[in-house]
Design a protein around this ligand. Structure first.
Ligand code: PMP
Length: 314
């Protein structure tokens, strides 16, 4: 495993990167029974912060809840593990990857009883622009995938579960194989769902449209943040089912996620958006979003969690 940082938090201990290992008969390796998060820490003028760290770990607990997986750590312990991992690696900004998974002592698909071990680990390492620096400036070219997202009542997309990413893998692989930066999945009803690892926003006549949580999406925390930032800025946001062709008619489109942050879309299926790159509304939202981390946007929602507790005033 290419070394990206020095230490990993594994089952209550900080271990060397190269020692963070599991057995080949780990349940999750065979059946995708892991729940995980992707979270960013940013280096701000007021020190290093986690962006909605608590909300991400609540989603981790929710993912586990859907599957009846009992994570043997409390929310506060997991928050502390994330912060400790950042500090132990001497990082100020990073991508955190907490993961809880069914481990050893049960290789049946549905292991009996509570004997199966639930492991929990947190890695933290530097990660730049997910879809490339140039994509952030100019926008990326995407295509609609021939793979649909999971149908409702099959595999729950609200859970950020390892196994769900087989869908993302196929969508992303097909798109990249065809020369696109990313693939967009449709739901089984043919309506827009989301990118392989990002939520989708379309801007039409100054209003923002985004598929609802019932559209086989992961309810992104970046998605939620953008909806709140936009509404607070007086921009209307409509969550509704959207037909595929809206992608060809939109003025502007962008994708968002923890890794992708806000990545403008330049074209869909070789049809340029009307803005053919980041348009006015997208740029405004990028400014507001990144402003949270450079100090130009007030943290009115309390999303920034300081890594080091602030020193009390004398
Ligand atoms: N959809 C999928 C399938 C994802 O993997 C992600 C990234 N976690 C997102 C949406 C965006 O979610 P978030 O903003 O919480 O990172």
């Amino acid at each position: 495993m290419t070394k990206l940082a020095d230490k990993i938090w594994l089952n209550g201990q900080m271990v060397a990167w190269e020692d963070a290992k599991v057995h080949v008969l780990t349940h999750a390796l065979h059946y995708g029974t892991s729940v995980f998060e992707g979270i960013r820490a940013y280096d701000t003028p007021n020190g290093s912060v986690g962006f909605r760290l608590r909300d991400h770990l609540i989603r981790l607990e929710d993912s586990a809840r859907i599957y009846g997986i009992k994570i043997p750590y409390t929310l506060d312990q997991m928050i502390a593990a994330c912060k400790d991992t950042l500090t132990a690696n001497g990082l100020k900004s990073a991508y955190w990857r907490p993961v809880a998974f069914l481990g050893e002592n049960g290789l049946g698909v549905t292991p009996k009883g509570d004997n199966i071990k639930v492991d929990f680990a947190v890695a933290a390492f530097p990660w730049g622009a997910y879809l490339g620096e140039e994509g952030l400036q100019k926008g990326v070219d995407v295509c609609i995938s021939s793979w649909q997202r999971a149908a409702p009542n099959t595999i729950p997309t609200a859970a950020k579960m390892g196994g769900n990413y087989l869908s993302s893998y196929l969508i992303g692989k097909e798109a990249r194989g065809r020369g696109y930066a990313e693939g967009i999945g449709l739901g089984t009803d043919g309506r827009l769902s989301e990118g392989a690892g990002e939520n989708l926003f379309l801007i039409m006549n100054g209003k923002i449209h985004t598929p609802p949580v019932a559209a086989s999406i992961l309810g992104g925390i970046t998605r939620d943040s953008i909806i709140k930032l936009a509404r607070a800025d007086g921009i209307e946001v409509i969550e509704q089912a959207l037909p595929r062709e809206m992608m060809y008619l939109a003025d502007e489109i962008f994708m968002c996620g923890t890794a992708a942050e806000i990545t403008p879309i330049r074209s869909v299926d070789d049809i340029p958006t009307r803005a053919a790159g980041p348009g006015k509304v997208t740029k405004r939202l990028m400014t507001l979003f990144h402003g949270l981390f450079n100090g130009t946007t007030e943290d009115r929602f309390g999303w920034l969690d300081p890594i080091q507790a602030p020193v009390p005033a004398e």
